[in-house]
Design a protein around this ligand. Structure first.
Ligand SMILES: CC(C)(COP(=O)(O)OP(=O)(O)OC[C@H]1O[C@@H](n2cnc3c(N)ncnc32)[C@H](O)[C@@H]1OP(=O)(O)O)[C@@H](O)C(=O)NCCC(=O)NCCS
Length: 177
């Protein structure tokens, strides 16, 4: 099972096959990724990625509120060469992780940084006692769906017209860690 593989891969995502794939690409330009908790100082970079990634981007205020006031929020940044090129947020409720957002800067997409970021966060969260994760994804979002399926997420349902901006349906996906 993919999920067992993730947990057995240990805390260092560099031990995973997926990282080695991404790492090989990254080594061509001497890039190494670091996944670490998001800080208020990151929000300028985060919002720049957010604005080019989503039809209805969150405001900087929304991110700041999450970081400062939401005890369930866990937000991480992916830093490469000293630059924040991606981030992922979730709410850790009981033993479940509800993913709120994940994005990679456009010029860095398709190189498995999204996979590296998500596997790193999943590994950290599993160590904190998280047992399953869920997310919603637009039906038309092929890159995201391919990434989630590769990580072992399974479609568990569909919300009709969930996205108010385009009235598009959402697929609900779950993963057992
Ligand atoms: C979804 C997202 C985070 C994936 O990040 P990423 O670093 O590109 O992810 P990966 O490289 O690990 O995997 C992307 C997969 O989609 C595929 N893909 C297809 N078209 C792509 C495109 N235009 N750009 C990037 N990947 C694409 C890749 O080939 C890869 O699949 P494969 O390994 O089976 O070939 C990124 O595309 C993004 O930030 N999108 C905008 C925000 C978003 O939609 N977030 C998800 C909300 S639910």
């Amino acid at each position: 099972m993919a999920e067992r593989g993730m947990r057995n891969s240990g805390t260092d995502p560099r031990e995973t096959d997926s990282y080695r794939r991404g790492g090989e690409k990254a080594e061509e330009s001497s890039e190494k990724g670091i996944v670490r908790p998001m800080r208020i100082e990151d929000l300028g970079s985060v919002i720049a990625i957010e604005q080019v990634s989503f039809p209805t981007p969150w405001s900087i205020h929304s991110f700041a509120t999450e970081l400062r006031d939401n005890e369930y929020a866990r937000y991480h940044c992916l830093e490469v060469g000293g630059l924040v090129i991606g981030y992922m947020g979730l709410w850790f409720i009981l033993d479940e992780g509800h993913i709120t957002n994940v994005a990679i800067m456009p010029g860095h997409r398709g190189r498995h940084w999204g996979e590296f970021l998500m596997r790193s966060v999943m590994s950290k969260m599993a160590m904190e006692g998280m047992e399953r994760m869920t997310l919603e994804v637009r039906v038309s979002n092929d890159p995201a769906r391919r990434l989630y399926e590769r990580l072992g997420f399974k479609v568990a349902g569909r919300r009709k017209g969930y996205y108010v901006d385009t009235r598009e349906d959402a697929l609900i996906m779950w993963l057992e860690l």
